[in-house]
Design a protein around this ligand. Structure first.
Ligand SMILES: [Fe+2]
Length: 249
């Protein structure tokens, strides 16, 4: 025989986080929730509680080891290239060595020291995200020149795997790289946006610094308000997906 058991009356499960060592105990308003009940507090203290940060975005930053040889390589390239505007861009946007984004300066000018260094850091970056395979890849790469009043608009690098930048010439004050929060829906909550989810993160450029990031990540460069000319080297990396799909890794 089935016995019909009445459902218990719903309980209020909201509790005052200030009582559980959250760091928000400075909040002084009077608790108005079930958590202010001492019995309830004891019960929660016996639970294992943790907060995990899911879906982190890997952004790699390192100084290059062989800065002397790499800087000599770029100095030689800068003596022979000409920076151009990309027609469809706003007139204040930085200049490019190749507005078509089809060249690979690493190959074209045999930047062997930079190529070797890039490989080293790419492997470290890949391992840091759990990718430990030796996959062939191609690059396209270009130099940018940013003079007073110029900036780089909000953009991403399209359908490639990893993108990055190396700083050839900068004072550190001629335009920070900013990276947009890909989880911008977090900004809608006053609980999260304050510390862990700002709208943008900024990276101050430094000569010899190499940064790697997922190509889809939106970013830009602050306007150069100084009289100094800022020069950086950008690149896109395309892993050989036929090798991946063929199970060669
Ligand atoms: Fe970019």
């Amino acid at each position: 025989m089935r016995v019909r058991v009445p459902l218990p009356a719903p309980k209020e499960h909201i509790y005052n986080i200030a009582e559980y060592g959250s760091g928000l105990s400075a909040w002084s308003h009077k608790p108005r929730t079930a958590g202010s009940n001492p019995a309830s507090a004891t019960k929660f203290k016996n639970y294992f509680m943790t907060t995990q940060f899911l879906f982190p975005i890997p952004v790699y930053s390192s100084e290059v080891k062989d800065i002397g040889n790499i800087q000599v390589e770029f100095k030689k390239v800068l003596e022979v290239i000409e920076f151009k505007k990309k027609d469809i861009w706003h007139s204040d946007i930085q200049l490019l060595s190749d507005p078509t984004f089809s060249e690979d300066l690493i190959r074209k000018h045999n930047l062997k020291y930079f190529e070797k260094e890039l490989f080293y850091h790419l492997v470290k970056y890949a391992k840091s995200v759990g990718f430990d395979y030796n996959i062939p890849y191609k690059t396209i790469s270009w130099l940018t020149e940013t003079t007073k009043g110029q900036y780089s608009h909000r953009h991403s690098h399209g359908p490639c795997d990893v993108s990055g930048v190396y700083y050839v010439q900068t004072t550190g004050k001629d335009g920070d790289l900013w990276i947009e929060n890909a989880m911008n829906q977090m900004l809608e909550s006053s609980l999260f946006f304050w510390k862990y989810s700002p709208e943008r993160m900024y990276i101050k450029p430094k000569v010899g610094q190499l940064i790697l990031f997922p190509s889809w990540l939106k970013h830009g460069i602050n306007r150069n308000e100084t009289d100094s000319k800022r020069i950086s080297f950008s690149f896109n990396i395309f892993f050989d997906r036929t090798a991946i799909y063929a199970g060669l890794v």
